[in-house]
Design a protein around this ligand. Structure first.
Ligand code: HEC
Ligand code: HEC
Length: 197
Protein backbone atom coordinates (compact mmCIF):
# COMPACT_ATOMS: atom_id res chain seq x y z
CA UNK A 1 0.00 0.00 0.00
CA UNK A 2 1.16 3.52 -0.74
CA UNK A 3 2.83 5.10 2.31
CA UNK A 4 0.78 8.29 2.04
CA UNK A 5 -2.47 6.34 2.09
CA UNK A 6 -1.28 4.43 5.15
CA UNK A 7 -0.54 7.74 6.88
CA UNK A 8 -3.97 9.08 6.01
CA UNK A 9 -5.62 6.01 7.50
CA UNK A 10 -3.60 6.51 10.70
CA UNK A 11 -4.75 10.12 10.98
CA UNK A 12 -8.40 9.20 10.44
CA UNK A 13 -8.06 6.45 13.04
CA UNK A 14 -6.67 8.91 15.59
CA UNK A 15 -9.44 11.41 14.94
CA UNK A 16 -12.03 8.70 15.45
CA UNK A 17 -10.40 7.58 18.66
CA UNK A 18 -10.36 11.05 20.21
CA UNK A 19 -13.86 11.97 19.11
CA UNK A 20 -15.09 9.07 21.23
CA UNK A 21 -13.63 10.24 24.54
CA UNK A 22 -16.11 11.74 26.96
CA UNK A 23 -15.94 14.78 29.21
CA UNK A 24 -15.82 12.51 32.25
CA UNK A 25 -12.64 10.89 31.04
CA UNK A 26 -10.64 14.05 30.79
CA UNK A 27 -12.10 15.60 33.94
CA UNK A 28 -10.36 12.89 35.90
CA UNK A 29 -7.09 13.87 34.29
CA UNK A 30 -7.35 17.62 34.57
CA UNK A 31 -4.56 18.91 36.77
CA UNK A 32 -2.28 16.32 35.27
CA UNK A 33 -2.53 17.83 31.81
CA UNK A 34 0.81 18.96 30.49
CA UNK A 35 0.87 21.01 27.31
CA UNK A 36 4.02 19.97 25.48
CA UNK A 37 6.64 22.65 24.86
CA UNK A 38 4.82 25.22 26.96
CA UNK A 39 6.30 28.45 28.29
CA UNK A 40 6.85 30.17 31.62
CA UNK A 41 5.19 33.54 32.28
CA UNK A 42 8.40 35.49 31.61
CA UNK A 43 8.82 33.82 28.20
CA UNK A 44 5.47 35.14 26.99
CA UNK A 45 5.46 37.63 24.10
CA UNK A 46 4.72 41.19 25.39
CA UNK A 47 4.92 39.91 28.98
CA UNK A 48 3.86 43.28 30.43
CA UNK A 49 0.69 43.56 28.31
CA UNK A 50 -2.79 43.13 29.66
CA UNK A 51 -3.40 40.26 27.23
CA UNK A 52 -0.39 38.38 28.61
CA UNK A 53 -1.55 38.94 32.21
CA UNK A 54 -5.05 37.64 31.45
CA UNK A 55 -3.66 34.73 29.44
CA UNK A 56 -1.42 33.84 32.35
CA UNK A 57 -4.14 33.88 34.98
CA UNK A 58 -6.91 32.15 33.03
CA UNK A 59 -5.01 29.77 30.78
CA UNK A 60 -2.77 28.35 33.48
CA UNK A 61 -5.59 27.07 35.69
CA UNK A 62 -5.84 23.54 34.32
CA UNK A 63 -2.42 23.08 32.75
CA UNK A 64 0.92 24.79 32.19
CA UNK A 65 0.98 27.76 29.80
CA UNK A 66 0.97 26.84 26.11
CA UNK A 67 3.06 29.00 23.78
CA UNK A 68 0.86 31.71 22.17
CA UNK A 69 2.89 30.99 19.02
CA UNK A 70 1.85 27.38 18.74
CA UNK A 71 -1.38 27.92 16.81
CA UNK A 72 -2.33 29.99 13.80
CA UNK A 73 -4.13 33.29 14.20
CA UNK A 74 -7.21 31.73 12.58
CA UNK A 75 -7.24 28.71 14.87
CA UNK A 76 -6.90 30.46 18.22
CA UNK A 77 -10.51 31.72 18.52
CA UNK A 78 -11.81 28.16 18.03
CA UNK A 79 -9.23 26.73 20.46
CA UNK A 80 -10.20 29.43 22.93
CA UNK A 81 -13.88 28.50 22.67
CA UNK A 82 -13.01 24.86 23.28
CA UNK A 83 -11.19 25.88 26.46
CA UNK A 84 -14.25 27.84 27.58
CA UNK A 85 -16.30 24.67 27.06
CA UNK A 86 -13.85 22.78 29.26
CA UNK A 87 -14.03 25.55 31.85
CA UNK A 88 -17.84 25.57 31.92
CA UNK A 89 -17.94 21.80 32.28
CA UNK A 90 -15.36 21.74 35.03
CA UNK A 91 -16.67 24.80 36.88
CA UNK A 92 -19.67 22.78 38.10
CA UNK A 93 -17.42 20.25 39.84
CA UNK A 94 -14.65 22.64 40.75
CA UNK A 95 -15.78 26.13 41.79
CA UNK A 96 -12.14 27.28 41.86
CA UNK A 97 -12.09 27.62 38.08
CA UNK A 98 -12.46 31.26 37.03
CA UNK A 99 -14.09 32.06 33.72
CA UNK A 100 -13.14 35.36 32.03
CA UNK A 101 -15.87 37.98 31.49
CA UNK A 102 -16.61 39.06 27.89
CA UNK A 103 -14.19 41.97 27.84
CA UNK A 104 -11.39 39.77 29.16
CA UNK A 105 -12.24 37.07 26.62
CA UNK A 106 -11.78 39.61 23.83
CA UNK A 107 -8.42 40.69 25.25
CA UNK A 108 -7.15 37.12 25.48
CA UNK A 109 -8.31 36.20 21.98
CA UNK A 110 -6.78 39.42 20.56
CA UNK A 111 -3.51 38.59 22.32
CA UNK A 112 -3.49 35.06 20.89
CA UNK A 113 -4.41 36.24 17.39
CA UNK A 114 -1.63 38.80 17.51
CA UNK A 115 1.00 36.24 18.49
CA UNK A 116 -0.14 33.19 16.55
CA UNK A 117 1.47 32.44 13.20
CA UNK A 118 -0.28 32.94 9.86
CA UNK A 119 -1.87 29.74 8.61
CA UNK A 120 -2.02 28.70 4.96
CA UNK A 121 -5.61 29.34 3.77
CA UNK A 122 -7.64 26.22 2.96
CA UNK A 123 -8.06 27.49 -0.60
CA UNK A 124 -4.37 28.26 -1.23
CA UNK A 125 -3.04 26.91 -4.53
CA UNK A 126 0.08 25.76 -2.70
CA UNK A 127 -1.91 22.96 -1.12
CA UNK A 128 -2.12 21.34 -4.55
CA UNK A 129 1.67 21.14 -4.92
CA UNK A 130 3.02 17.60 -4.72
CA UNK A 131 5.16 18.30 -1.64
CA UNK A 132 2.22 19.72 0.30
CA UNK A 133 1.13 16.31 1.56
CA UNK A 134 4.36 15.81 3.49
CA UNK A 135 4.07 19.24 5.08
CA UNK A 136 0.51 18.52 6.13
CA UNK A 137 1.54 15.12 7.43
CA UNK A 138 4.51 16.30 9.48
CA UNK A 139 3.12 19.60 10.73
CA UNK A 140 -0.62 19.43 11.20
CA UNK A 141 -0.55 16.86 13.97
CA UNK A 142 0.09 19.80 16.33
CA UNK A 143 -1.20 22.90 14.54
CA UNK A 144 -2.30 24.39 11.22
CA UNK A 145 0.01 24.44 8.20
CA UNK A 146 1.88 27.77 8.23
CA UNK A 147 1.90 30.15 5.29
CA UNK A 148 5.44 29.89 3.86
CA UNK A 149 5.56 33.62 3.07
CA UNK A 150 5.79 34.83 6.65
CA UNK A 151 9.41 33.86 7.33
CA UNK A 152 12.45 34.51 5.15
CA UNK A 153 13.43 31.38 3.22
CA UNK A 154 16.65 30.91 5.20
CA UNK A 155 14.78 30.65 8.53
CA UNK A 156 12.68 27.64 7.59
CA UNK A 157 15.52 25.15 8.05
CA UNK A 158 15.87 26.13 11.73
CA UNK A 159 12.13 26.15 12.33
CA UNK A 160 11.65 22.73 10.73
CA UNK A 161 14.54 21.29 12.78
CA UNK A 162 13.01 22.69 15.99
CA UNK A 163 9.65 21.14 15.05
CA UNK A 164 11.34 17.84 14.22
CA UNK A 165 12.94 17.84 17.67
CA UNK A 166 9.46 18.27 19.16
CA UNK A 167 8.31 15.28 17.13
CA UNK A 168 11.21 13.28 18.49
CA UNK A 169 10.53 14.29 22.11
CA UNK A 170 6.94 13.18 21.69
CA UNK A 171 8.04 9.83 20.33
CA UNK A 172 6.61 10.59 16.89
CA UNK A 173 8.13 9.41 13.64
CA UNK A 174 10.98 11.78 12.82
CA UNK A 175 11.38 13.22 9.36
CA UNK A 176 13.85 11.32 7.22
CA UNK A 177 16.56 13.31 5.51
CA UNK A 178 14.57 13.41 2.27
CA UNK A 179 11.28 14.30 4.02
CA UNK A 180 13.06 17.17 5.76
CA UNK A 181 14.47 18.41 2.48
CA UNK A 182 11.08 18.23 0.78
CA UNK A 183 9.34 20.09 3.61
CA UNK A 184 11.96 22.86 3.71
CA UNK A 185 11.86 23.09 -0.05
CA UNK A 186 8.13 23.61 0.01
CA UNK A 187 8.35 26.28 2.71
CA UNK A 188 11.39 28.14 1.41
CA UNK A 189 10.56 28.20 -2.29
CA UNK A 190 9.69 31.56 -3.77
CA UNK A 191 6.58 31.16 -5.88
CA UNK A 192 6.09 32.91 -9.17
CA UNK A 193 2.34 33.31 -8.80
CA UNK A 194 0.36 35.21 -6.23
CA UNK A 195 -1.36 33.09 -3.64
CA UNK A 196 -4.73 34.54 -4.56
CA UNK A 197 -4.43 33.52 -8.25
C1 HEC B 1 -11.03 24.31 32.72
C2 HEC B 1 -9.73 23.84 32.39
C3 HEC B 1 -8.99 24.54 31.29
C4 HEC B 1 -8.73 25.88 31.15
C5 HEC B 1 -9.18 27.01 32.05
C6 HEC B 1 -7.93 26.02 29.96
N1 HEC B 1 -7.69 24.81 29.39
FE1 HEC B 1 -6.53 24.42 27.79
N2 HEC B 1 -6.86 22.43 28.01
C7 HEC B 1 -7.73 21.86 28.93
C8 HEC B 1 -7.84 20.43 28.66
C9 HEC B 1 -8.72 19.48 29.42
C10 HEC B 1 -6.98 20.16 27.58
C11 HEC B 1 -6.72 18.79 26.92
C12 HEC B 1 -7.86 18.43 25.99
C13 HEC B 1 -7.90 19.31 24.77
O1 HEC B 1 -6.91 19.38 24.03
O2 HEC B 1 -8.92 19.99 24.57
C14 HEC B 1 -6.38 21.42 27.20
C15 HEC B 1 -5.47 21.56 26.19
C16 HEC B 1 -4.99 22.78 25.72
C17 HEC B 1 -4.06 22.92 24.61
C18 HEC B 1 -3.40 21.78 23.85
C19 HEC B 1 -4.29 21.28 22.78
C20 HEC B 1 -4.28 22.20 21.60
O3 HEC B 1 -5.37 22.68 21.25
O4 HEC B 1 -3.21 22.46 21.06
C21 HEC B 1 -3.88 24.27 24.42
C22 HEC B 1 -3.01 24.94 23.39
C23 HEC B 1 -4.69 24.96 25.41
N3 HEC B 1 -5.32 24.02 26.20
C24 HEC B 1 -4.81 26.34 25.51
C25 HEC B 1 -5.54 27.00 26.50
C26 HEC B 1 -5.73 28.43 26.55
C27 HEC B 1 -5.17 29.43 25.55
C28 HEC B 1 -6.48 28.69 27.66
C29 HEC B 1 -6.96 30.03 28.17
C30 HEC B 1 -7.90 30.71 27.34
C31 HEC B 1 -6.78 27.41 28.29
N4 HEC B 1 -6.21 26.41 27.54
C32 HEC B 1 -7.51 27.24 29.45
C33 HEC B 1 -8.37 22.49 29.94
C34 HEC B 1 -8.33 23.87 30.16
C1 HEC C 1 4.96 18.03 18.08
C2 HEC C 1 4.18 19.25 17.82
C3 HEC C 1 4.59 20.10 16.64
C4 HEC C 1 4.78 19.69 15.34
C5 HEC C 1 4.70 18.29 14.75
C6 HEC C 1 5.05 20.89 14.58
N1 HEC C 1 5.00 21.98 15.40
FE1 HEC C 1 5.29 23.89 14.83
N2 HEC C 1 5.01 24.51 16.75
C7 HEC C 1 4.88 23.68 17.84
C8 HEC C 1 4.98 24.44 19.06
C9 HEC C 1 4.90 23.89 20.48
C10 HEC C 1 5.19 25.79 18.68
C11 HEC C 1 5.41 27.01 19.58
C12 HEC C 1 6.82 27.01 20.16
C13 HEC C 1 7.90 27.26 19.14
O1 HEC C 1 7.74 28.11 18.25
O2 HEC C 1 8.93 26.58 19.24
C14 HEC C 1 5.18 25.79 17.21
C15 HEC C 1 5.32 26.94 16.45
C16 HEC C 1 5.46 26.95 15.08
C17 HEC C 1 5.63 28.15 14.28
C18 HEC C 1 5.65 29.59 14.78
C19 HEC C 1 7.06 29.93 15.13
C20 HEC C 1 7.24 31.36 15.53
O3 HEC C 1 8.39 31.69 15.92
O4 HEC C 1 6.31 32.17 15.45
C21 HEC C 1 5.80 27.74 12.98
C22 HEC C 1 5.99 28.63 11.77
C23 HEC C 1 5.73 26.29 12.97
N3 HEC C 1 5.50 25.84 14.26
C24 HEC C 1 5.90 25.52 11.85
C25 HEC C 1 5.86 24.13 11.84
C26 HEC C 1 6.12 23.31 10.68
C27 HEC C 1 6.51 23.84 9.31
C28 HEC C 1 5.95 22.01 11.06
C29 HEC C 1 6.12 20.77 10.23
C30 HEC C 1 7.44 20.58 9.67
C31 HEC C 1 5.60 22.01 12.47
N4 HEC C 1 5.56 23.31 12.90
C32 HEC C 1 5.33 20.89 13.23
C33 HEC C 1 4.65 22.32 17.79
C34 HEC C 1 4.74 21.54 16.68
Amino acid sequence: MNLNILRLITVLGMLFHFSGSTAGEWEKHVGRIVIPFGVTANQLPDPQSKGAALFKSYCGQCHNLPSPRMHSKDDWPMRFEKMMDHAKLIAGASPDINIPVDKEKQEIVAYLEKNGFRGLPATALLRGESQAFNVIWFCSVCHAVPDPDQFPAKEWGNIVDRMNSYRKKQGREEMSHSDRKEVINFLARVRKYNKGD
